[in-house]
Design a binder for this molecule. Structure first.
Ligand SMILES: Cc1cc2nc3c(=O)[nH]c(=O)nc-3n(C[C@H](O)[C@H](O)[C@H](O)COP(=O)(O)O)c2cc1C
Length: 372
């Protein structure tokens, strides 16, 4: 089966993220922020797909963060988004980001298998154990205490995998789920199952990810290169100790311009001059109190990165500087980058024109062969 997430020969895999959400990943009030509509989603997906990017990842979000931008208040639901994006692309792996607490595993297994068929075996699951209680309040769902969320997610995933793999009906009597005569057809095209990503960031989240996921979607602390390198090595070691391998993917926010000054000026404009401080403060308050990803001090220092690209890692400067940055990340152990921009359509095209050829020259990627 041909899933570029696992099969791509490229040293650094690429993807585009969060374009199913208004404002994408940038918490800013600039006029050109991503308005988010279907035509633009389709155009961007096709552009990234044709350029040989390995992944298209939607953010799972049910409610915005307030502020003038009301960051992420308009979002396409990710499994239905994935089915539609799968139908208009032919190469990239299409993710859905699924919140275990609000999606029943029997429904999730079948929806995922459906998308995998539409995609010809290019589906992947980004599983979220949950952290944003405000949005779960809409479902009347109370999140379990932090540590227990991952027990719940593990049982959820056990059930989904059995439904994907077992041909005979089975009864299930777990702590969180009980059912009789469980069964799901068709199976996903990918065997034994589609790839799984998880962005758990706490000690428990990392352990879950090492045990159950093929990729950890990491938020680097960005204190210094040595500690980021150690963070990635530790994530991979956790999987190796369990006899597994795990890729490390990170989110990068990109501002690429002809000169470094232009890039830095634009970053300053959308983050410092026109960043949405109310929305980012709400986000930090919720993320800080409901997840165990970053300590309070790191969170405060992270405000800039949250406004610039939802806590991602900066790649800012000329195309040459950006490729040098990617090479550093690759040497630190990063396997894949999920990119966000302010102006997805314009800046993705610029990436394809200016950055991709330099990545190929640097041996970080091979030219994409297309549909041939
Ligand atoms: C790069 C990245 C992307 C994430 N994407 C989503 C998302 O789309 N939806 C969501 O609800 N949570 C998302 N999360 C949250 C994580 O899945 C996780 O719940 C959070 O980091 C808390 O980790 P913890 O449960 O280990 O404390 C993301 C986290 C990171 C680091």
């Amino acid at each position: 089966m041909n899933n570029p997430l696992l099969d791509s020969p490229n040293r650094v895999k690429l993807g585009v993220m969060a374009f199913n959400c208004s404002h994408g990943s940038t918490v800013t009030n600039v006029d050109e922020a991503w308005a988010m509509n279907w035509d633009d989603n389709m155009a961007l997906a096709r552009m990234a797909d044709a350029a040989g990017m390995e992944a298209l990842l939607p953010v799972g979000r049910w409610k915005g963060y307030g502020g003038q931008s009301n960051f992420n208040h308009r979002t396409y639901e990710t499994l239905t988004w994935a089915a539609a994006i799968a139908a208009v692309t032919s190469y990239s792996t299409i993710f859905a980001t699924v919140h275990a607490p609000v999606t029943h595993p029997v429904a999730a297994a079948k929806m995922a298998a459906t998308v995998d068929h539409v995609a010809g075996g290019r589906f992947a699951l980004n599983l979220v154990a949950g952290w944003f209680q405000d949005e779960f309040d809409m479902f009347g769902v109370q999140l379990p205490p932090h540590e227990e969320r991952y027990d719940y997610a593990a049982e959820w995933l056990t059930l989904v995998k059995r439904l994907w793999q077992e041909t005979a009906e089975f009864d299930f009597d777990g702590k969180y789920f009980q059912g009789k005569g469980l069964w799901s057809e068709p199976k996903p095209l990918q065997s034994p199952r589609p790839p799984i990503m998880n962005a758990g960031s706490s000690v428990t989240g990392h352990a879950f990810s090492a045990q159950h996921a093929d990729m950890n979607f990491a938020m680097l602390r960005q204190l210094d290169e040595a500690s980021d390198r150690a963070q990635i090595a530790q994530l991979k070691k956790l999987a190796v100790d369990l006899g597994r391998t795990s890729q490390c993917w990170i989110h990068v926010y990109v501002v690429c311009r002809e000169t470094e000054t232009e890039a830095r000026d634009y970053l300053h404009r959308y983050v410092v001059e026109q960043g949405d401080d109310v929305a980012v403060n709400n986000m930090i308050e919720i993320f800080g109190s409901q997840s165990a990803t970053l300590s309070d001090e790191v969170l405060e220092a992270f405000k800039f990165h949250f406004k610039a690209g939802f806590g991602g890692y900066p790649l800012v400067g000329t195309a040459e500087q950006i490729v040098a940055g990617i090479e550093r990340l690759s040497n630190m152990g990063v396997d894949g980058l999920l990119i966000s921009w302010v102006d997805y359509l314009g800046e993705c095209q610029q990436w394809i024109d200016d950055v991709l050829p330099l990545m190929e020259q640097a041996g970080l990627r091979e030219p994409h062969k297309g549909d041939s």
